[in-house]
Design a protein around this ligand. Structure first.
Ligand code: ZN
Length: 281
């Protein structure tokens, strides 16, 4: 794997590290499939009871890699986890197929891994970066961590895996999306996105200690406890609202394609941020 490290820092604990620091862990198709492979490895290993996802470099994740060349064509290089396919189809079909596979499909798959997962977040975690954090069961953040979903500034109503209302509560989710501003670790803690905020230099040890505490429990009971909480969320309408959020996200991409000739509205975006990407004209 080029962009992901797989470690076992203690017995029964896997740590999967986003390791593309020079790109601030911006995720392209390859990185997402590598992350999925690493999570599958930990899920399939019966000796592993807890999975940590952490990151190397200054930021947890800068989001999706907008500079990936031919992301839809690249889909043919990977063994897909879903069956929608049609990644090269014309109109909006190809783009929806890719986002259904690589964002919605992957996130839901990771959320349903029947072992406790912990996101260990430092630095910035932007838009697509949230798609690694939201599916995790527990989130530990350093004091300087910041969260942001700036998709509304790009004409899109939230990232593809739309669990924002469940993560933040409806009012904070609206503020988070409407303003597209950074949320501090402390604010994220107040609204329930983050379990604990710790000093930067204590982040790794604190997360590992939490994982060790959980790993002492019987695995089957952990699996059932996770299934019970996830089941409660789904019974409260999580799955249905996820699909509504995804459908509206696709509507926005299709609208932007008709109006701007690209799947986002570039008018509010700093041109430097799009330079060299498929969104620069
Ligand atoms: Zn999208």
């Amino acid at each position: 794997m080029d962009y992901i490290l797989y470690e076992e820092p203690l017995e029964h604990i896997a740590r999967i590290v986003l390791n593309r620091p020079e790109k601030r862990n911006a995720q392209d198709s390859q990185m997402i499939y590598e992350l999925n492979d690493a999570l599958d490895r930990a899920a399939h290993d019966d000796t592993i009871k807890v999975i940590i996802i952490s990151a190397n470099g200054p930021d947890f994740s800068a989001g999706n890699d907008l500079r990936e060349e031919d992301p839809n064509g690249n889909m043919l290089n990977f063994k897909t986890v879903g069956t929608w396919t049609g990644f090269k189809d014309e109109g909006h079909a190809g783009m929806m197929a890719r986002e259904k596979e690589i964002y919605l499909g992957m996130c839901e798959r990771w959320r349903n891994i029947p072992k406790p997962t912990i996101a260990q977040v430092h630095g910035r975690c932007i838009a697509g970066g949230l798609l690694v954090v939201f599916p995790c069961d527990i989130v530990i953040a350093s004091e300087g961590a910041r969260f942001m979903d700036n998709t509304v500034s790009m004409g899109i109503p939230g990232s593809e895996y739309f669990t924002h209302p469940m993560e933040l509560g409806s009012r904070k989710a609206k503020e988070f999306l409407f303003t597209a501003e950074e949320m501090s670790a402390e604010d994220a803690h107040k609204c329930g996105l983050v379990n604990h905020v710790v000093r930067e230099d204590a982040l790794s040890d604190y997360t590992l200690a939490m994982a060790r505490k959980i790993a002492k429990q019987p695995l089957f009971a952990l699996k059932l406890a996770k299934e019970a909480v996830n089941g409660a969320e789904d019974a409260a309408g999580r799955s249905a609202s996820l699909n509504i959020g995804f459908a509206l996200h696709q509507l926005a991409h299709s609208h932007c394609m008709q109006v701007y000739g690209m799947p986002i509205d570039p008018s509010q975006v700093n041109p430097a941020a799009l330079k060299g990407s498929k969104y620069s004209k």
